[in-house]
Structures are given as C-alpha cells and as structure tokens.
Design a protein around this ligand. Structure first.
Ligand SMILES: [Cu+2]
Length: 120
C-alpha cells in the first residue's frame, strides 16, 4: 500500500491516497476483500514525510519488517510508520465484519487516509 500526500489538493488541505485511492465518505466503498481464516500481509510504503499511526480495527497484527529489518513476535493494532519508511505486518482475518483501516491523525483520516476491508 503506497501512501501519497497531495499537497493542498482539497480547498488548501492535503489529500491522502492509498494506492491512488482517497477514501470517500459518500460511497463508503470497500477496497479489499478478506476471507475468514486466511493470513494476510500488508506492505506499506510511506511516500510522504509525515509520520502515520496506522490502525487496523477489530484485528491484531504482527510486525514482520520495519524499515527493511525483519522482525517477529510483536503484536499490535497500531503502529507508527515513519516518514518515507516501509513496514510490513501480518494479520489473520479472524473477526468477520466491516473493518476500517486508517491513519490515526484526524486530519489525515478526514482527507482520504482510510480503507475499508470487508469479508467475502
Ligand atoms: Cu497519517
């Protein structure tokens, strides 16, 4: 998931896109479909200089790579992604229902930095 900042794109506020998509509160479109019981890896590339506290609702994830360094055993539901940093986490789809992923900075959420996961 590539995170991009579009400077002053919405009435002077920065807009955020995840893989080119800004979340829309109007359509509430889910971008990713999960299958219950499967393990998924999310790979993040922060193409901005901002720090993002990434949060996945209703699930826990394991850090598998932080800034190029492999790791295991650290279980979280929020993780800080540094400016221009890369990060990988694994999680098991073990809690059916609509699941929101977002940056925990309110101004980032409000201007696109959210993604909705749904179960098949
Ligand atoms: Cu953010």
């Amino acid at each position: 998931m590539t995170i991009v900042k579009h400077n002053a794109a919405i009435d002077g506020f920065n807009q955020w896109t995840l893989n080119g998509e800004a979340f829309s509160m109007q359509t509430m479109k889910s971008l990713y479909t999960l299958h219950q019981g499967r393990r998924y890896r999310l790979k993040f590339r922060n193409a901005s200089d901002d720090i993002h506290p990434l949060h996945l609702h209703r699930h826990r994830f394991e850090l598998t790579r932080v800034a190029g360094k492999p790791t295991s055993g650290v279980i979280k539901d929020v993780v800080m992604l540094g400016g221009f940093q890369e990060l990988e986490v694994d999680f098991v789809a073990d809690n059916p229902g609509m699941t929101l992923f977002h940056c925990h900075q309110q101004l980032h959420m409000d201007f696109g930095f959210m993604a909705l996961f749904r179960y098949a």
